[in-house]
Structures are given as structure tokens and as C-alpha cells.
Ligand binder design. Structure first.
Ligand SMILES: [Zn+2]
Length: 497
């Protein structure tokens, strides 16, 4: 894929008119004028299909630590390449990868996280073949292409998608215990964190802050809130109902929380479902509200500089809150309650009223449970639950058409009537039974969406009989262990079908 196409497609360094995104050739003197040009690359600002177009950027240092990357394949010389070339795709992806790692690295560092979950350097495959998706599988980030020629869509060419996937890797570095957590809200929060990452990484760009300011103050949809416009458009041709009308997922939305266990496993994008990408829109919507409300709270006419401060505060709030949130079925509320705790501890309660208002408005918290106790969020320590005592639950596999014992999942030992219990009442009466019900529904949703891979030579009837083959689109796998099956995660991907 790389190689010939790349060298023939490589353009000479050019200057870009940042405002219009139009490129023009530099005036070429009697040779040697390029030597003085600092190392620059060209990239999409937000998404190939976003109206924000192209930008020139200093060449990113991909292997900078902490959170280094290495893109597989031949090294591509630094330069301003034309869209449609492998060189352009390489440096667009590199800029998005580095910008995301630079966004989260200082905040992860406060939690003593200085490397990826799998290694110091995270490998990246920019084009693993034909698919409309992308994933993080704890060994690498993987992107694909779909279609040919000018109509080809490369998921690794969209900053939205690259930042989303890198977000999964950043959250996995901070909270590796979320990986196998068998609850819909935790899978959905991971997806939401990916989209939040895409927005915050975009807000690291001055031109994005300037452009988005009016829409964000008005809490309206914008290229910032529209995640993966191009991939969403490509999806729409195959699955018209499965994506939003103008992007893959829109953070500017009105979705309100309902217990995801009560929702169908999948639904058109115009409805809420328990599918994690679809359900993630509830928390992402709350985050978009939060950005808007925090911005408006800065004064009568917020500036792009105010947005710098608000984005930095929002990033700090989210990281410290998720670092402290215990693995529980009601994970949105767990993170939500800790947003309030972190605000009290770090920002002296400056944003507390806004956070409460937004989360109660989204029904993530109820008015009665909103002000959380002072949890370990205040100390900046890792969640106690991350390294706390565990228990194994056995979920009955027979309803899914499997006769091989039960499906084993690991969850934390039940909380007493402590911080989590009573936040929204989910865990108040019998926490273990609540976790069991939630894990059972999580497995059901995975089976219904054909996201669980089965071990070889297993007898399956019912819904398990239509499980995808190895190497397919599964996010989870069942493996045999002592007459039982154990559920573990294979990957987080970018789209939900
Ligand atoms: Zn994802």
C-alpha cells in the first residue's frame, strides 16, 4: 500500500493559506530556499468532510515520550503532502496521535501513568485493509480504508477517528480495569471518552477555538460536536438509519439517561439503545453541555482565551473523575458524582452548580444524590476499586444457546452502603445481584449485536449460533476455562455495528 504510490504521490513542500485552506506553491528561488523552511506538515483540522478543511502544522514528534507511537511501514519524510496521498494520510494521523497524547499525558502523569497499557510505544497500523472502522486492541491502534480512488475513505485520515481511538488507549492506560468490566455503561463511557477526546484534541487548535466559539456559547451543533462526518457519510450509504444525518455521532444532542439495561440492543440512530456507541451519546452530550455552560459562566462575552481555560478545566475534571470512579453498573453516575468532588477539591467548587445542573438535566444524577461525598478523587489517587478485592460472577449461558456451564465475569467485591450505593438506587439493595443483572444484559446486548466470538468447536443454538467467526467484528471473546466460559474483551472500535 505504501511505497510506490507514496513516492509518486508525494508533493513538494508548499505553503498553505491557513484561512482558506487553499494551497499555493512557494516561490522557488535559485534552489536551496526549502532548507530554511521549518519542518511542516499538512493535515485536516477536524475531519476530511468537515468545513474546517486543511491546516499546516509543525511536524509532530511521533516517538516523543511519554506516550510514544510508531506507525508501521516505511518512514515517510516530513513534508506538506497533498490530500489523497499516503504521505498526507501519514502526517495527518501523526498530528492527531501526537496532539491527543500531548492533551492527556500531563493529566495522566498526575496519576503516575507515564506509558501505554501494553508498552512504552504504541504501534499504529494506518491501513489494515478494507473496512469502515478503526480499533484499539491493547496491542496497537488499527485503521482501515473503504472504497477506491477518489471515493476511498481512510479512517486513519480523520482526526476525529484517530483522536477517538487514541482516547481509548489513554483511558486504558489510566484505568486498565475497565477493559473487561462487564457493564454497558462502562463500555459506553469508554466510547464517550473517545469522542470527548476528539473534541478536546480539536480545541487544542487555535483556529478551532476561534471558529467554534459562537456555536459553543449557544450550545449548538458545530463541526466540533459532529464526530467523524466523512465515515458517517460513508456508513449512511450502507446503513442509512444507523448514523446521524450529518456525522457518525453528534455531541450536541438531547439524549437523557435511562438505565441501559432496559433499552433494546440496537436501534436506529434516532433512538437510544444499549449498544455502547449509541448509549455513549448521553454522557458525550452532557460533556458538550458542560463545555458550553462553563464557557458562558466566564462572563458576558466569552473569548477564545476563555475557551482555553474551560477546555483545560474540563479535561482535568474528566480525568480525575474517571480515575476515581469505581467499576459499577451505574458508571455514568459514578463519574458524574466525582466530577462534583473533583471540582470541589481542585477548583474550589467553581463549576459545581453547572456540573450538577447539567448532570441532573441529563438524568445522569438525581437532584437528591448529586452532591457526592468527598471521595478519593480529591487526593488524586487511583480509584480504590481498581486494585480492590474482586469476585467472579457466573452468568447463566443457557438463555444464549450455550450448554457449556456458565459465563464467568470478574467484578469488584460488592460495595456496602458506601459511596456508590444510593447514588441512583441501582446498587442500594443487593449490589451483587445488581451487578449480575447488568452483566447478564451486557452479554445479551453483545450477542444480539453479534459482538462475541466463540471458542472453536462449541455447540451453540439460539442467538449464540450467529456469533461472528474469529477475525470478524467481535469486540469480545469467550474462552474455555474449567468447564466454564470466560468473557474477555478483544478491542474497542469506532463504530457500533
Ligand atoms: Zn470507540
Amino acid at each position: 500500500m505504501v511505497g510506490k504510490k507514496q513516492s509518486s504521490g508525494r508533493s513538494r513542500p508548499r505553503r498553505a493559506d491557513a484561512a482558506s485552506g487553499r494551497r499555493r506553491r512557494p516561490k522557488r528561488g535559485a534552489g536551496g530556499s526549502e532548507e530554511a523552511t521549518p519542518a511542516r506538515i499538512q493535515s485536516w483540522v477536524d475531519d476530511p468532510a468537515s468545513p474546517w478543511g486543511l491546516m499546516e502544522r509543525p511536524a509532530p514528534v511521533l516517538d516523543a515520550r511519554p506516550l510514544a507511537f510508531s506507525i508501521s511501514g516505511e518512514a515517510i519524510p516530513v513534508g506538506v503532502y497533498d490530500p489523497g496521498t499516503a504521505g498526507f494520510r501519514h502526517w495527518t494521523a501523526a498530528d492527531s496521535l501526537r496532539r491527543t497524547a500531548d492533551l492527556w499525558a500531563p493529566l495522566l502523569g498526575r496519576h503516575r501513568v507515564k506509558r501505554w497499557q501494553p508498552a512504552e510505544t504504541l504501534p499504529v497500523t494506518l491501513d489494515a485493509g478494507s473496512d469502515l472502522n478503526a480499533y484499539y486492541d491493547r496491542t496497537q491502534l488499527v485503521f482501515f480504508h473503504s472504497g477506491r480512488g477518489k471515493a476511498a475513505v481512510y479512517s486513519g485520515e480523520s482526526p476525529d477517528i484517530v483522536c477517538h481511538e487514541t482516547g481509548h488507549a489513554c483511558l486504558d492506560a489510566l484505568r486498565p480495569d475497565l477493559w473487561d468490566a462487564p457493564f454497558i455503561e462502562i463500555a459506553a463511557f469508554h466510547e464517550s471518552f473517545g469522542d470527548i477526546t476528539a473534541m478536546l484534541a480539536a480545541l487544542a487548535l487555535p483556529q478551532v477555538r476561534e471558529s467554534v466559539l459562537p456555536a459553543l456559547v449557544a450550545n449548538k451543533a458545530s463541526p466540533l460536536s459532529r464526530i467523524a462526518e466523512q465515515l458517517g457519510g460513508a456508513m449512511r450509504r450502507f446503513h442509512p438509519a444507523a448514523v446521524e444525518s450529518d456525522c457518525l455521532r453528534n455531541a450536541s444532542n438531547r439524549w437523557k439517561y435511562v438505565a441501559p439495561e432496559s433499552l433494546p440492543a440496537s436501534a436506529p440512530a434516532t433512538e437510544l439503545s444499549a449498544e455502547p456507541h449509541a448509549f455513549s451519546r448521553v454522557f458525550t452530550g452532557a460533556f458538550h453541555d458542560l463545555l458550553s455552560r462553563m464557557l458562558r459562566d466566564t462572563g458576558p462575552s466569552p473569548s477564545a482565551d476563555d475557551l482555553v481555560a474551560v477546555a483545560a478545566a474540563a479535561a482535568r475534571l474528566v480525568i480525575d473523575a474517571v480515575a476515581a470512579a469505581p467499576v459499577q453498573p451505574d458508571f455514568f453516575a459514578q463519574v458524574g458524582a466525582r466530577l462534583i468532588d473533583v471540582d470541589a477539591a481542585v477548583f474550589a467548587g467553581r463549576y459545581g452548580a453547572v456540573i450538577t445542573d447539567v448532570l441532573v438535566g441529563r438524568r445522569i444524577l438525581t437532584a437528591a444524590t448529586a452532591p457526592g461525598d468527598r471521595s478519593d478523587a480529591a487526593t488524586g489517587k487511583r480509584a480504590a476499586a481498581a486494585g480492590g478485592p474482586r469476585q467472579t460472577l457466573e452468568i447463566n449461558a443457557a438463555p444464549y444457546g450455550l450448554s457449556t456451564g456458565g459465563i464467568l465475569v470478574d467484578v469488584p467485591r460488592a460495595f456496602g452502603a458506601g459511596a456508590a450505593a444510593g447514588r441512583r438506587g441501582v446498587a442500594a439493595t443487593d449490589p451483587t445481584a445488581a451487578m449480575e443483572r447488568s452483566a447478564d444484559r451486557f452479554i445479551g446486548v453483545l450477542f444480539e449485536n453479534q459482538r462475541i466470538e466463540l471458542p472453536a468447536r462449541i455447540r451453540a443454538k439460539g442467538i449464540a449460533a450467529s456469533a461472528p467467526a474469529a477475525g470478524g467484528r467481535a469486540t469480545h471473546v469467550l474462552s474455555r476455562t474449567d468447564g466454564h466460559l470466560r468473557l474477555s474483551r478483544l478491542r474497542f472500535d469506532g463504530v457500533g455495528w
